[in-house]
Design a protein around this ligand. Sequence first.
Ligand code: PRX
Length: 657
Amino acid sequence: MSEPSEGLSNLLHEERRFPPPAELTANANYGAEAYAAAATDRLGFWDDKARRLSWATDWTQTLDWSDAPHAKWFVGGKLNASVNCVDRHVEAGLGDRVAIHFEGEPGDTRTITYAELGVLVAKAAHALTELGVKQGDRVAIYLPMSVEAVVSMLACARVGAIHSVIFGGFSAQAIYDRVIDADASLVITADGGWRRGKVFALKPVVDEALAKGTTGVKNVIVVRRGENDVDFDAERDVWWHELVDRQPDTHTAEAFDAENPLFILYTSGTTGKPKGILHTTGGYLTQAAYTHHAAFDLKAETDVYWCTADIGWVTGHSYIVYGPLANGATQVIYEGTPDTPTQDRFWQIVEKYRVSLLYTAPTTIRTFMKWGEELPAAHDLSSLRVLGSVGEPINPEAWMWYRRVIGGDRCPIVDTWWQTETGAMMISPLPGVTATKPGSAMKALPGVSVDVVDDVGTPVPNGGGGLLVLTEPWPAMLRGIWKDDARFVETYWSRFAAQGYYFAGDGAKKDEDGDLWLLGRVDDVMNVSGHRISTTEVESALVSHPSVAEAAVVGANDPTTGQGIVAFVILRGNTANGGDAQVAELRNHVAKEIGAIAKPRQILVVAELPKTRSGKIMRRLLRDVAENRAVGDVTTLADSSVMDLISSGLSSGKAED
Ligand code: PRX
């Protein structure tokens, strides 16, 4: 266990309050009474939220928790997630409403109405069936931000197949591991996608992944996007446009059980192997749709919503695909990066589409702060109404900048805390109710129960700090870790088994008013630009290189990315000299093993690592070094001179970048 990251913990005497604009309060989807309603009858509250969806068969029991921590929500209910995201809007006469404004990085655009989305999903569903994909089969999706990514996910949901989206930045090794773990029978990819003015290849990475060993993959569907040359295996590979375009444009969908698996999404835990987080249909969709409607105060008829996350992360699943589409929202999907072709691309997009609800990450906001106020100031951002933040703690300076420079001092900020495991938002202000404080996610959404407890599970008083727990089951909760129930119980439910609490892995404080401040992970999971990466995963990648004998990795505070990855490595005697070229090779090796997002910011070659007498590496001390602090208490070290050795090694300058 390490301590929550410092930095935010002394900012708990916040005097500033930002009450909601009167007009927003007057027309808000949710008022203060929602908290009272949920507190009085929590399950009845969730029943109401589930009724916002369209069900083929009603449920007979809201929650079955008799086999805790294995939950069943909306027991006996049947629905189809894809029908809820598309068909029902068309049937309600909203077929002409724009579902997606797609903006490609090169500037090409596509506008897709709900009726058109319905046709695309129907065709893709038929295509899956033609390839033999059935209910319960796993489909890996490795696509750039694109209309086809959304369509692929909805087509899987439509036929009851389980999608496993793999972020387009992951390596061949990462794809192979995920395909094997989920035993996927189909991969959907693209030739390439656009990033920073260039095409990055995707299909070749899939080819490399599938050549690593025997997999259950029978087919690979390839979307043409990058126009880059790709190899084709005539038996296995098929172009999307050749397979999908010729299919019928209507499709009758089957309703599935509320607990039918919807997707697996791999995320980093404290061990080297990513966990396949499993979500099911009814509860997940209920909470994704409700929280999107509540936290953004979505008015589907008039709002234009834009979530800048990638579909490869849970934010893209819940707040690009399932939440907004279940709510019939109009949204922007952007393929590229914020700095291409110019650093004001985001503000051009907001102005062009009159975006009113924006959802992005603190890292992105801090990057914009570096680029200067002139860029947003040169654009008309007056359409913006509510601004969301997600993925990592937002520091008060970034919060204030977001509010003033982007939100024109008028838009409420909703800092939303949740996780891949929670499936949907758990802690967030309600924009029509909450008087917000810069840097605080405030309190649990109506229907959600959280607390901050000490080491033995006792709630801390206001003003105290401890561990964040979820004290009652919630509809979008993970149903398990794919093929690893023991790890599911152990990771989330064993620490506070006596109380039956879910352990989130985050540190938190309650301020004097009882409002919540999230302080970052308390385990060996790093948060780099809002992406979760485990220290062990990077360590395993490093030691898989022949020149590395041992490695220890820490997340060090970083002014832009939240945390940066700093690795300490011991090289094998004769193979290595620890020079710049070798450090560069090790960084590239990590990128090859996991993906570029896991490349260490810095690799320090050291002679020893600080260990306790039982052999455990003391990452706390390494973090002190990585953050240029005086090294803390070394009394539990087996050899206390090690830290002197490391610190003196540093001044000899082995750092990269
Ligand atoms: O540490 C918390 C941080 O991100 C972790 C979850 O990461 P992931 O599963 O990748 O999901 C990210 C998108 C929901 C959490 O354990 N985190 C997420 N949102 C916030 C946050 N930390 C502070 N404030 C937030 N708003």
